[in-house]
Design a protein around this ligand. Sequence first.
Ligand code: SF4
Ligand code: SF4
Length: 427
Amino acid sequence: MIRIKEFKEPQHNLKSEKFVNPKKLILPLCQHTGRPSTPCVKIKDEVEEGQLLAKEDGFISAQLHSPSKGKILNISNFNHPVLQKGNAIVVLCSPEKKSYSLRKHIDDLGNDEIVDIIKNNGIVGMGGAGFPSHVKLQPPKKIDTLLINGCECEPFLSTDHRLMIENLKEIFIGIEIIAKLIKPKRIVFALEENKTEEKKQINFYINTRKFKLPKTELIILKTAYPQGGEKQLIYAVTKQKVPGGKLPLDIGCLVHNVATCFAIYEAVYLNKPLIERLVSFCGDSLVKPKNVWVKIGTTLQELFDQKILEFINEPKKIISGGPMMGITLTNLEYPILKGNGGFLFLRNHVTEIKESACIRCARCIDVCPMNLLPQEYVKRVKNEEYNNLVDLNIKDCIECGCCAYICPAQLPIVHYIKTGKVYVPKN
Ligand code: SF4
Ligand code: SF4
């Protein structure tokens, strides 16, 4: 793991804003891990806010809802910030807003009903991977430790921090729902030491006994990257390693991000689908970096057209996600997905890479949180020797970028690893 400059100011300390009036929304059918959802509307259909637009297709898949009242303009191939292109439903929005009221008789809901509500509202993990939450909430094995991930270790991004400041009670209600479903022996709320503001309030909610939780504690971890990665967080908290090719549940752990807990609260208590999220917009090309609640499907272009974001200079790089694991975008015509926690618009932070030969310094090995051999992947991929990449556990690489960050030869190691993975058999 490495210590890196955080660049979380000023958005870290600013109250979140809300943008509720997009003119058009582009909703890719694949915004989650698993099979893309299947459209259940057609062009010219009138739709209401929260109406189902596309159904899940199989166990690992997720429902997709309309974030706005409007009309279906198109169902076609559009830009996708992860897949580059993908089928999407386009909604022409009308300005009416729906209000959501508290569901009655929540205590009467059985566990199966709660899981169905979460599934039917299209909730997926909000930390990036977008794994359908209803699947994670039905683990086939006993879970001892539920970890609540509030680390947010990527530089610049601060949505989890703002959510914990502004919506902590709702996050705790979400945790209570998860605890009811999976019955862990203990809950650990994990924060990094750079998040001082929310510590007191988290401890207050833990000690208040207002929520039905098993033994719950707050653990403050040293700020490090990639502390928020599932396997790294589990190790930091429990000192248990998730073996290669295994899942956290294989060692009795389950990790949920704080934003997912909030989305679960909204689904169960308000019957509100996952149609909006808090997103960090940061970087030295913006007049004012900020966190904004946006409807899923809003394009970056629309945020600039409506002056929610403004450029102070032309960015040299636009990134979906953080600087370590993010994906470079070529323009602003990309929609915001359920799993997008942030976008960066960078100019002066972008430096020219001058790649040179590996000097075998082993720094990449020292920092790898998965104990891999990054320089071996570079060597083998350069020589097109793909045969034994599997034996070198290339599939365990979480593409965190620590190796490339530390490399004095400025080798784009993650690029070589991604190339190597393409040539590795899937199973
Ligand atoms: S850090 Fe870079 S130069 Fe050093 S061994 Fe790894 S790949 Fe080679
Ligand atoms: S090899 Fe993979 S897991 Fe290890 S530091 Fe590099 S990107 Fe991260």
